[in-house]
Design a protein around this ligand. Structure first.
Ligand SMILES: N[C@@H](Cc1c[nH]cn1)C(=O)NCC(=O)O
Length: 470
């Protein structure tokens, strides 16, 4: 007699959490690579002649293909069609290929006249060839990392829906934040030893390990699908998933509440991830620190978020209040950016900077911990991959444009400084205007958070309710 299966790997907490660790480890190295150059803006300006606008454009290039070639939208559709495990492998490959190209662009070999050097320096000469190649690589990496983000989110829902969903998402984000902490510590250290190439080289190698981790996850996911299929065949699984159709995307785009969440997401994250790219330079300038000191100080930002995000995830699973947390997170972000922008030089001490960084870390846990687990409450499971990809796509528009805007604002509000630095003078940029722009994003996010809470109250999506079904 064939024994009937009543449970799946999903029901084993060890298997569930192992799947999470596998998914999150790749995100750990992916987030390291995203910010591998973030602490090195000053070094890049002297070694590769990357002025703030060049640095900003390279930072923004990560999102270029996602936004203009709609790769993220396709990634969600592909994910909903081929499933989590195959999409994970595709995204891992893209990250490794993109990172390798970026590494080549900043390498000594390329910059000493290696293959493609003459070509990439023959047009648009105001933008260094190294930055052009880095942009191409980073744009391909960006396709991979964003596809990985969508895939991991859907993967977590697959393993944790109706269980510890927000806690699992919070832990995944915590592990990713640990990657940001690690890179802010490691990247300047490696760059001092072997130049920016060593930092990016180590980042690329870690991504290869991340790809292998996704490979191990593949087998977990395959087993779960086989068990779920067997349950369905035996009639134990009642909620047979309907097939995804492209026309389903219309329901996402026409959901007002979903679009408000997407708006809030783009505004909030535009004041966080692009800020990470400029924070080391800002602290160097405001506190007169070295790159290494400023980068170490800023590394406390992801640490606060890392500790709090899973705790807040647990709170949301059990008590709810996600919409209120979005409001509080936006408010704290405004306060911190205003402190960076407006505190007079004589009062802007190490302690003030550290406090603002930690409070910003709290804001960076409140919003992600409540925003991402709210998405499954707004859309059907069969379009969940597409819903995450659409929200990331909208977010990517902000993440692409904001570093370009901030790099431009920094250069324009400091006329002559780039030329003085190029001439070897020890002058610093003033970051007031860029920091006010970041605070402005926070104000707009706060207004949307108020609106979202009112909408939820009216339409009853349950954003303030706990996730755990008792
Ligand atoms: N878009 C993703 C991944 C990412 C991280 N940095 C740049 N893109 C995302 O926003 N994930 C959610 C998070 O809070 O990290």
């Amino acid at each position: 007699m064939v024994e009937k299966i009543h449970t799946t790997l999903r029901d084993s907490s060890v298997a569930r959490w192992t799947a999470l660790i596998l998914l999150a480890s790749t995100m750990f190295v992916a987030y390291m690579f995203i910010d591998v150059l973030a602490p090195l803006s000053t070094m890049l300006e002297t070694s590769l002649k990357w002025t703030p606008d060049t640095f900003g454009a390279v930072a923004g290039s990560e999102y270029f293909l996602n936004v203009f070639a709609f790769f993220l939208i396709f990634a969600g559709i592909i994910l909903d069609r081929i499933g989590v495990r195959r999409a994970a492998l595709v995204s891992g490959f893209l990250m490794v290929i993109g990172a390798s190209i970026k590494l080549y662009g900043i390498s000594d070999y390329f910059n000493a006249g290696g293959f493609g050097y003459d070509f990439f320096n023959s047009f648009w000469t105001g933008f260094p060839g190294s930055a052009k190649v880095a942009c191409i690589g980073f744009a391909i990496f960006g396709c991979g990392v964003e596809m990985a983000g969508v895939t991991v989110s859907k993967g977590i829902v697959k393993w944790f829906a109706g269980k510890e969903l927000a806690l699992a998402m919070g832990l995944e984000m915590a592990i990713a934040r640990l990657g940001v902490f690690a890179v802010f510590r490691l990247s300047p250290f490696l760059a001092e030893k072997g130049g920016v190439t060593l930092s990016v080289g180590v980042g690329t190698l870690l991504l290869l390990i991340g790809l292998l981790t996704f490979g191990v996850y593949f087998f977990f996911d395959k087993k779960l699908d086989a068990q779920t299929e067997a349950l369905r065949a035996a009639g134990d699984e009642t909620s047979q998933e309907e097939e995804f159709r492209i026309s389903d995307l219309k329901t996402i785009f026409t959901s007002k509440t979903f679009m408000v969440v997407a708006g809030l997401c783009v505004l909030f994250y535009s004041a966080i991830f692009p800020f990470q790219k400029f924070a080391t330079g800002m602290l160097e300038s405001r506190l007169g620190m070295t790159t290494s000191e400023a980068s170490s100080l800023f590394s406390y930002f992801p640490i606060g978020a890392m500790i709090l995000t899973p705790l807040l995830g647990w709170f949301i699973d059990n008590k709810g209040k996600a919409a209120s947390m979005l409001m509080l997170g936006s408010l704290l972000m405004i306060v911190c950016h205003l402190i960076f922008a407006l505190t007079p030089t004589e009062s802007f001490t190490f302690a003030i900077a550290l406090t603002a960084i930690i409070v910003l870390g709290v804001s960076f846990s409140l919003v992600p911990a409540s925003l991402w687990p709210s998405v499954p409450k707004l859309v059907d499971n069969k379009v969940l991959g597409s819903a995450y990809s659409i929200i990331f796509w909208i977010q990517n528009i902000g993440l692409m444009l904001t570093p370009i805007l901030i790099g431009w604002a920094l250069k324009s509000s400091n006329p002559g400084i780039a030329e003085q630095i190029a001439a070897g003078e020890a002058v610093k940029y003033n970051y007031t205007v860029p920091m006010l722009i970041f605070a402005g994003f926070g104000v707009a996010a706060l207004l949307l958070a108020f609106y979202l809470k009112a909408l939820d109250k009216k339409k009853g999506f349950g954003l303030e309710l706990p996730n755990i079904v008792k």
